[in-house]
Design a protein around this ligand. Structure first.
Ligand code: SF4
Length: 458
């Protein structure tokens, strides 16, 4: 196995990450941009970066990912990429006719110091941006941050470039769904619709990266938040930002720019976090929670109570993005599981404190790390084994080496399908997640138990 040389002995490391639990900023920016209707993401850097970002998204979503690149050569690497970007903007609007182009930078263009606002303004002055079309940009150097911060930066750019205030109020609530799957965004919309709250969800990759097969090629799929919806966000009653790391900066920018009040919540993964989301929607939209939603909640609660004995006391290791980890650790702790290891590759100063607050009763000795790598997680597991591992595809090596049940959760998932079609958020998503956890635990029990305990009925 690839990881068989991972040692049990943990030595302090300062200058080396091995298998970091994150990927690069522009991937998040590109994903967020795909959640705008008829948007062409554009990578301002070399072709190699863009190819890597597109292929990672394609492998995760099993869909073609459209994106332009400034195609830096040796010349642009030395003298800057202004000429390349100006030509790209002209070509993109002439040939591909998007409503909007969302440019993100890369390590190379950031190191050169290309001034994107200046280049975009020059493109406008030179008439390269047709009337009624838009360009936004986000700075996403990948020697800092992660795919999550890239996503957050592009969401903030949607606000800073596009949000407006007309003077009137719109009976709508903005929801920033965080770096979640298309199925999660669809589920968030469905829940808000069930409550009767009109929403603008941005970004929204449902019907973009989970679009149905119709037999016809459509360059820009039907989904995505429209530019006019984004422009209207300054008139909304309020904003609900789901996830501190991925969504808070855009919500705060909208509050600072147009005094649109915001509530920053955890991602609605699990019972408690979904309750908080539904409650916030109820208050902001001045609506009552309908029976259909209360009944859904009751079904999730029913599984939790019926199956509690199988969750109780099981030791779990989690790795992934900070917002997902906070909600997941909370959900599993509420099930009376022991969340003993939690690790994220994203640098987040408050991460350890937030997780420890969740696990302090059930797993006071929990190991928590931000800006960390899977080598560390593997070493922790080697020192004390867990009953279950949850994380993205890269966890499969640890799971195989240590013979641990493994549930794929987070980004990227490259070797399975389903994550983009079945939600993890909301009461329904919580039920699906519990089904996965129970199946993994039961399969392991059936595999390992002695014959006289091999039960037909659980
Ligand atoms: S880390 Fe930097 S150089 Fe590497 S693919 Fe990402 S943006 Fe490009």
């Amino acid at each position: 196995m690839l990881l068989r040389h991972t040692t049990k002995e943990i030595k302090p490391r300062e200058a080396l990450l091995i298998n970091p639990a994150k990927t690069c900023q522009p991937i998040g920016a590109m994903y967020a941009a795909l959640g705008i209707h008829a948007c062409l993401p554009h990578s301002h850097g070399s072709q190699g970066c863009c190819a890597y970002h597109r292929s990672t998204l394609s492998r995760h979503y099993k869909e073609p990912i459209l994106a332009g690149t400034s195609s830096f050569t040796e010349g642009s690497s030395v003298f800057g990429g202004q000429a390349n970007l100006l030509e790209a903007i002209n070509n993109i609007f002439t040939v591909y006719d998007p409503e909007i182009v969302a440019v993100h930078t890369t390590c190379l263009s950031e190191t050169i110091g290309d001034d994107l606002p200046q280049i975009i303004s020059k493109a406008r002055d030179e008439g390269k941006i047709p009337k009624g079309k838009y360009i936004i940009h986000a700075n996403t150097p990948s020697y800092v941050g992660s795919h999550v911060t890239g996503f957050a930066n592009m969401c903030k750019s949607m606000v800073t470039y596009l949000a407006e205030k007309s003077g009137g109020k719109k009976e709508q609530v903005n929801i920033i769904p965080g770096f979640t799957e298309p199925a999660d965004m669809r589920e968030i919309k469905r829940l808000a619709g069930a409550l009767g709250v009109k929403t603008v969800i941005f970004p929204d990759t449902s019907d973009v990266l989970d679009a149905p097969q119709t037999g016809k090629h459509v360059f820009y799929p039907a989904g995505g938040v429209t530019v006019s919806e984004l422009r209207s966000t300054g008139d909304s009653i309020g904003t609900i930002a789901l996830g501190m790391t991925a969504s808070a900066s855009a919500a705060k920018a909208l509050d600072a720019k147009f005094k649109v009040p915001c509530e920053i919540l955890n991602l609605p993964i699990g019972l408690r976090a979904t309750d908080a989301f539904v409650d916030a929607l109820r208050k902001m939209g001045s609506v009552a929670v309908p029976d259909v939603v209360t009944e859904e909640r009751g079904r999730l609660l029913d599984i939790i109570t019926d199956m509690h004995q199988y969750f109780y006391g099981k030791k779990v290791a989690l790795f992934g993005d900070p917002d997902q980890m906070v909600s997941l650790a909370g959900f599993l702790t509420d099930l009376d599981m022991k969340v003993v290891y939690v690790l994220t590759g994203t640098a987040d100063g408050k991460f350890a404190e937030r997780i420890r607050e969740i696990t302090k009763e059930t797993a006071p000795q929990a190991k928590v790390a931000a800006n960390a790598d899977l080598f560390t997680l593997h070493q922790w597991i080697k020192n004390e084994k867990v009953d279950l591992l949850l994380g993205n595809t890269y966890g499969k090596y640890i799971a195989r080496d240590e013979d641990i049940p493994f549930i794929r959760f987070g980004f990227p998932i490259l070797d399975r399908i389903g994550h983009s079609y079945f939600p993890s958020v909301g009461y329904y998503g919580g039920m699906l997640l519990l089904q996965k956890i129970l199946n993994a635990l039961m399969d392991r029990q059936d595999r390992d138990c002695p014959e006289h305990q091999f039960e037909l009925v659980m």
